[in-house]
Ligand binder design. Structure first.
Ligand SMILES: [Mn+2]
Length: 282
């Protein structure tokens, strides 16, 4: 989207971003292309003094929670439910800086701040794609660009989940990444189970399918699996349990321990009018 935000003036610059990365409460990372090194903040002045001249990136998570002018950008996304949004990550890249070709599991709007960045996109990818060895970063070993755009201040690229992408700074630049929440099913089931254990009485337990004498010596049969599946499905089919858990889950603050400092507020309302704030029923 060319000129998604006309006359966009980035509400935070590289120096301010680097300043944030010195703070203990702020989640930040530096990626250096040489050997694809990943360093995690908080950083010191010395960290920045030792960086190479080019090809590195500083990424600061949830800048919207610390800088009201950055949070203001979220008002441009009011065509989407607020509880779907995760945070605005702001990155600064030195000339040629990138975090390597990769894919994410979440939707993201990439809003160009200062300077220019060339974005290339590739095929839809998943965890089975080969990654570059010897780095913690999940960088795609094979990346074949199928399209590319050079983004200038105020331009925006929307990326659906799993689309391989590679953004390389042309000169110094900053990028504002408006990312969605996309929890994995394992994370959701873990949280749902914890929620169920902590309160709601569920009188349902596993029972047998109709048994026959021969089943005593059988392996786990499809009929047994069907019983398990039905029990789990019946639990998920409970609209109240699922709805209230989900609303709590999606309104959990990104940094629960810092709510007093960041004033992070996440809200969602169910169709029956029950409202939730920061993981609690109002
Ligand atoms: Mn990405």
């Amino acid at each position: 989207m060319r000129n998604a935000i006309a006359d966009f003036e980035p509400p935070i610059d590289a120096d301010e971003l680097a300043g944030m990365a010195l703070e203990e409460e702020v989640e930040s990372r530096i990626v250096i292309e040489r050997d694809w090194q990943l360093q995690c903040g908080p950083f010191t002045e010395e960290t920045f003094a030792k960086l190479p001249a080019d090809k590195w990136t500083l990424l600061v998570q949830a800048v919207d929670l610390w800088v009201p002018e950055v949070a203001e950008i979220l008002s441009k996304f009011d065509f989407l439910p607020k509880w779907r949004m995760d945070d605005i990550m702001v990155s600064y890249a030195a000339d040629g800086g990138s975090v390597g070709p990769h894919f994410d599991y979440y939707d993201v709007f990439l809003l160009q701040g200062a300077g220019k960045r060339r974005w290339q996109i590739g095929a839809e990818s998943d965890a089975d794609c080969p990654f570059v060895p010897n780095t913690e970063l999940k960088i795609l070993q094979n990346f074949d660009p199928v399209d590319e755009w050079v983004l200038e201040p105020g331009d925006m690229l929307y990326l659906p989940p799993k689309v391989a992408h590679h953004g390389v700074a042309i000169g110094e630049c900053t990028t504002f990444s408006v990312g969605f929440r996309a929890p994995a099913v394992s994370e959701m089931l873990d949280d749902l189970a914890t929620e169920l254990l902590s309160g709601i009485a569920l009188p349902n337990h596993l029972t047998d399918p109709p048994l026959t004498p021969s089943m005593a010596n059988q392996n786990i049969s499809a009929a047994h699996l069907a019983s398990v599946r039905k029990l789990l499905k019946d639990t998920l089919d409970n609209e109240k349990i699922l709805g209230e858990w989900f609303a709590q889950y999606m309104t959990m603050p990104k940094y629960p321990d810092l709510v007093g400092m960041t004033e992070e507020t996440r809200k969602a309302v169910l169709e029956d009018g029950t409202s939730f704030t920061n993981g609690e029923k109002d």
